[in-house]
Design a protein around this ligand. Sequence first.
Ligand SMILES: Nc1nc2c(ncn2[C@@H]2O[C@H](COP(=O)(O)OP(=O)(O)O)[C@@H](O)[C@H]2O)c(=O)[nH]1
Ligand SMILES: [Mg+2]
Length: 380
Amino acid sequence: MSLVVLPFKSEDPTLVATNLGVAAAQSAVDEVWAVAADEAVAAPVRILADDIAAFREKTVRVIIQERIGKLRPGKGDAMNTAISRAAEEGWDRVHFYDADITNFDASWIDGAETAADRGYGVVRHRFPRAATDAMITWMITRPALARLFPGSFLPLLDQPLGGEVLLTRVAVESLACSEMVRRRSDWGIDTLLTYATSVMDIGLYEHHVADGKRHALYGSLHELREMLVECLDAARSLEGQPGPAPGARHGSDPAAEAPEDLKRIVAYDVVGSRRLLGMIWPEDEVRLVAHLPDEVAGRLLSAGPDRVFEQMDAGLWYEVHGFLMGRFVLGDPSWESLAFRLWLMRVLAYTIQHASQGYEESMRYLRSTVDLYVTAASSS
Ligand SMILES: Nc1nc2c(ncn2[C@@H]2O[C@H](COP(=O)(O)OP(=O)(O)O)[C@@H](O)[C@H]2O)c(=O)[nH]1
Ligand SMILES: [Mg+2]
């Protein structure tokens, strides 16, 4: 018995309904739920969902997310609402997909079901992304997993922030009882789900979606600010937690050639984002940067952020990332502003120096930075 869940907030109702319809059309799928942020966004989708339910003769429910967690009420509350209800109802398999995917089709569901049939307790979808997309994954989450769990498969996961996963019953039941997962009501939920399912030792498979995940991209990087600080805080919260058991079962489809059009996509507005760097360091941020080793602080503060940002290479970022992992405070305006500015410097430095070198070269470079961080963490 398989259930498909789509959390949604401000997506076009017809896109959400299209994806509900795709899920309901699959013979492997018994029921489909859309988890809405609130009643206002639920209403237009509910009308369309009722038509799909009648046409497919399946239950298609639009439910409103409950307040479960302790942080900003966001996607985490939506996913935890579904996890908790699915655990109560005893579903064997629960698929999650973002509602804004424009190339959602049977292959996602079949790929995950096939891996679950082979005995994997969790299936994560992996997919190629544009060279300038996934900048929180590459610059925050994978470096954090490298630092915290260097000998394990965690830093090697392709999409640790991906919302496209299949959970089998044992995983759903365990997550429904996990306080650290339930409190994470914000964008940090994906990090917590990735971590928590990786240490269950129930087998984890990465299914490759060759066409990539097509979904809404961004304007300026400012649009990612909230996600950035919440994902950074979620990564920090894993400090001191045990990693996956040695030899834990992890399988993956091999990566395949990325589609040509995806290789050419510029995922964010570089010129607009560059303007966000600022010409001078705000006083409150200077006070925080002063806690970095003198040599690192000196390099950063030697000129305005818009002039020193190109120095933010993989090596300098390792220092800065470690500093943020150690001291960042979610909800503190100075820390949030500083973390965003430092990450912006890193993303722009990478974009200008590496992402312009071609797709394959950019991917090789990004993977090499994760390897570097794993090596650095292993030897410290
Ligand atoms: N129910 C619910 N869904 C949300 C919330 N925030 C985001 N989502 C959904 O989570 C999914 C991922 O969000 P998106 O903005 O596409 O993130 P991105 O793909 O990482 O840039 C989408 O389907 C959103 O509609 C929320 O607060 N509540
Ligand atoms: Mg999206």
